[in-house]
Design a protein around this ligand. Structure first.
Ligand SMILES: Cc1cc2nc3c(=O)[nH]c(=O)nc-3n(C[C@H](O)[C@H](O)[C@H](O)COP(=O)(O)OP(=O)(O)OC[C@H]3O[C@@H](n4cnc5c(N)ncnc54)[C@H](O)[C@@H]3O)c2cc1C
Length: 474
């Protein structure tokens, strides 16, 4: 018997582990492990848990239709996984285990422990690359090191892609009679472990849904992406991140579909589709970094010297940011959108991350954790990369003297204030002229329902620059 262990790769098609697991006539079983305490320790958002479990349910049904039984195991933490897997392998008579490589440190340590435990039972483990287009370690500098800056990484990545090419694996053919599948909703242990598990209707699951979104975006959105991607009031991006983070669609499927749509790989920024491909390369950059620089998984800054920055941990200021009560309309709209939907536009992630770290001088780790606890697409590599970029502590980070001005960012990227009016009800009736700086208007109308700016951006900006300058002096 062969066992395919699903993790962040909840799909049948283009799944190297499933493909290799099904490459012989031996019987195949599948596995997903629920680890509620570990998920909580990793700050996994409840909305993301529900999304993942709904997809596991869909996957289990599809696997059953192919004659493959998906087993569900529940353990509290990763530490219990090797023993639980050993027992399951013994019970099912498993001789080979197949899984796609994890990139996070805790997950990698778990997988090493699994390899060692199963080796004692003579079960072979096969770890494949299913989460990146090119496997971490493939794209290195001439000195065989990981790139620390994005642009040369991106150039080398494109060259490697052209050299290696890639194949898209089809979903496996049926391996026997369809099997019954008991829906997760009927399994008491899932609810008992996680509390609320009803899927959020705003985020439908399923590979077909992910591919529908991909192809809908590629029809026109990708051609306009260079112009529209920074405007949160427009549907200018793919919103595929929850599906990529859970592995419902693979990054290779995205690149292959892009190439098919454009009749080849876009070669330069001037060509349609290149800017979107570049965002997929940012995803790869952060994933490769996470694997090659393990300290990133340990709450440490990429630039070690920035560990000495005197960040604030002010709980009241942090709470105002989390709840969207900063008095800066674009920041508040973005945070309220995140809290309500579990998703935030990339431009807004940059604005609110800059505000927390450079205007409130609060440690990026608090922001990183809060995002993780709310995002449906929470992903350690992209989230840590994004936060460290904004805080000025990361790889290819924004230079410390370039501090986003939250008011002009709002004026530039939400010029009519449509996004702000959608999410900040206190400002819903404000004309575009005042919506980014509403306080004079509100005062004239005698209204006190929207908070005053919690900091003066000009003063806060100087303080942020000083923090970094002082660091250089030491
Ligand atoms: C502070 C901060 C935190 C972030 N946290 C996360 C996170 O937890 N999970 C996450 O998936 N992305 C994160 N991002 C990256 C980015 O904001 C989201 O991937 C993007 O907004 C998702 O929207 P989309 O699917 O419409 O992206 P599109 O613009 O359509 O891009 C396609 C895909 O490329 C990838 N991508 C795009 N931009 C980036 C980027 N800057 N870095 C890495 N990958 C990227 C995503 O997988 C995305 O789905 C973060 C960015 C910042 C600045």
């Amino acid at each position: 018997m062969r066992l395919v262990w699903f993790r962040n790769d909840l799909r049948l098609s283009d799944n190297p582990a499933l493909r290799h697991g099904c490459a012989s006539d031996e019987p195949v079983a599948a596995l997903f492990i629920i680890s509620p305490t570990q998920w909580r320790q990793h700050k996994m958002a409840p909305i993301r848990q529900r999304f993942i479990l709904a997809q596991v349910d869909a996957l289990g049904r599809e696997l059953a239709a192919l004659g493959i039984q998906l087993h569900l195991l529940r353990v509290e933490t990763f530490a219990e996984v090797p023993a639980a897997l050993t027992d399951l392998c013994r019970e099912l008579g498993v001789s080979q285990l197949y899984a796609n490589q994890a990139i996070e440190l805790d997950e990698q340590r778990r997988d090493h422990a699994v390899t060692a435990a199963l080796a004692e039972q003579e079960v072979g483990c096969h770890w494949l690359n299913g989460c990146c287009v090119l496997p971490p370690g493939r794209v290195l500098t001439g000195g065989r090191e990981m790139f620390k800056v994005f642009t040369p990484f991106s150039r080398a990545w494109l060259k490697a892609l052209d050299e290696d090419g890639f194949v898209i694996h089809r979903a496996p053919a049926p391996r026997g009679e369809p099997l019954p599948w008991q829906p997760l909703a009927e399994r008491a242990f899932v609810d008992a472990a996680l509390g609320e598990t009803t899927p959020d209707p705003r985020w439908p699951v399923g590979e077909a849904e992910a591919l529908r979104r991909l192809h809908a975006f590629l029809e026109q959105g990708v051609l306009d992406y260079g112009e529209t991607r920074d405007f949160p009031a427009l549907a200018g991006t793919s919103v595929l991140s929850p599906y990529l983070a859970a592995g419902i669609v693979s990054p290779r499927q995205c690149v292959a579909a892009l190439q098919q749509r454009l009749g080849g790989r876009p070669q330069s920024k001037a060509q349609p589709g290149f800017v979107w491909l570049n965002e997929l390369i940012w995803r790869e950059f952060y994933r490769h970094l996470l694997v090659l620089i393990p300290t990133l998984s340990m709450n440490r800054p990429f630039k070690p010297e920035t560990a000495a920055l005197p960040w604030s941990w002010d709980p009241d200021a942090f709470a105002a940011w989390c709840e969207g009560r900063t008095g800066y309309p674009i920041v508040d709209a973005a945070m309220r959108c995140l809290n309500a939907t579990g998703w935030m536009h990339n431009r807004l992630r940059m604005i609110v991350a800059s505000f927390l770290t450079k205007d409130l001088h609060i440690h990026w780790r608090l922001g990183e954790d809060y995002f993780m606890s709310r995002l449906i697409d929470g992903d350690l590599a992209a989230n840590n990369g994004g936060w460290q970029w904004a805080a000025g502590t990361g790889a290819d980070a924004a230079p410390y003297f370039r501090v986003f001005n939250p008011t002009t960012q709002g004026q530039r990227f939400d010029p009519q204030g449509d996004f702000i009016r959608t999410w900040v009800s206190e400002l819903a009736d404000l004309p575009a002229t005042y919506v980014h700086q509403p306080h004079d208007w509100l005062r004239l109308k005698g209204r006190q329902d929207y908070p005053a700016p919690m900091v003066d951006h000009a003063v806060a900006r100087v303080r942020a620059i000083e923090m970094f300058r002082d660091l250089e002096k030491t």
